[in-house]
Design a protein. Structure first.
Length: 74
């Protein structure tokens, strides 16, 4: 079973071509130069269009909680 659908693969390909041409921008308007960031943008856009894309990994979506403070009382 394929992990990514044809639609999502095509979207990532289009985004990679945009990056190579220098047309791909981040949310803040800066030019994308990192290959991994371009792939992430492509998968995100494919996900919004309803293509079959695996869920985001928990490591990236988890919020970091505050750490417990140790009691210093003796």
């Amino acid at each position: 079973m394929a992990k990514y659908s044809e639609k999502s693969q095509q979207k990532v390909k289009e985004v990679m071509e945009e990056m190579k041409e220098g047309k791909l921008k981040t949310g803040t308007g800066k030019k994308v130069t990192d290959r991994k960031q371009a792939i992430a943008i492509g998968l995100s856009e494919a996900r919004k269009e309803g293509a079959k894309v695996p869920k985001k990994s928990e490591a990236n979506t988890k919020k970091k909680g505050s750490t417990k403070k140790k009691s210093t009382a003796t």
